[in-house]
Write a protein that binds this ligand. Structure first.
Ligand code: HPA
Length: 234
């Protein structure tokens, strides 16, 4: 047990999928895992452990934003021995070529600030994905026929952004999408020498205003979970 996770030692797998939404963790565990068992309910941040094709997997909610993700990822890595962490989440599309429902594999994540900023101070550290996971996720997406983009994303601290000019600069520099967690996950993975990747479904588009209808969400999020699982065990 840690401060924020109630699982007993041994109840967390080395491979952890991390959606922001705890109810999506429940849905993904019920849909994709065998013998899924709830291993965390502290603060309602649900976590489940089961197996996928015989491999132990935990699906643990991270909450929204880097401070929240940082708490769960730190405890999963440092206290429970997690070694592969794949964020499965939604993002806002930023390029014309990126469509709602597409998947983005985040090769890097730019950010203004993360909980790790105090370590780097004036250095602009470049948070990047694990190459093995990234290339395996790309192969899985190709195999499944899911429209997929690989490149840089932006991890913002704000959903209701009062600085739209920054989004314009991100778009101008080829950033594919915006979410709120990946940069800190990549930094923690680098620090603790574990593997990390963010597999993101485009749920809305900042330029067109298009948003994924509620009934389409499950199917699209399912593609992302399948890609994440195949990549983790490739
Ligand atoms: N901004 C930040 N995070 C997001 C967005 C967004 O537009 N869409 C999905 N996650």
């Amino acid at each position: 047990m840690t401060v924020h996770i109630g699982a007993k030692p041994g109840q967390i797998a080395e491979t952890v999928l991390m959606p922001g939404d705890p109810y999506r963790a429940k849905w993904a565990a019920e849909t994709f895992l065998e013998n899924a068992e709830c291993v965390n309910e502290v603060r309602g941040m649900l976590g489940f452990t089961g197996t996928w094709n015989g491999h132990p997997v935990t699906i643990q909610g991270s909450g929204m934003g880097m401070p929240s993700l940082s708490i769960y990822a730190n405890e999963l890595i440092r206290d429970y021995g997690a070694r592969t962490l794949v964020r499965i989440g939604s993002c806002g599309g930023m390029q014309d070529a990126v469509k709602v429902r597409d998947v983005i594999l985040a090769m890097t994540s730019s950010t203004l600030s993360t909980p790790s900023r105090g370590i780097f101070r004036e250095l602009n550290f470049a948070p990047c994905a694990d190459w093995g996971l990234l290339s395996a996720a790309h192969a899985a997406a190709q195999d499944l026929g899911v429209p997929t983009h690989v490149g840089g994303i932006y991890s913002s601290d704000v959903f209701y952004d009062e600085r739209p000019d920054l989004n314009e600069q991100m778009e101008r520099h080829g950033i594919l999408g915006v979410e709120m967690e990946a940069a800190e996950l990549y930094i923690l993975a680098a620090r603790h020498k574990v593997r990390a990747l963010a597999v993101l479904t485009v749920s809305d588009h900042l330029k067109t205003g298009e948003a994924l209808p509620a009934q389409d969400r499950e199917r699209s999020f399912g593609d992302m979970v399948e890609i994440a699982l195949r990549a983790a065990f490739a």
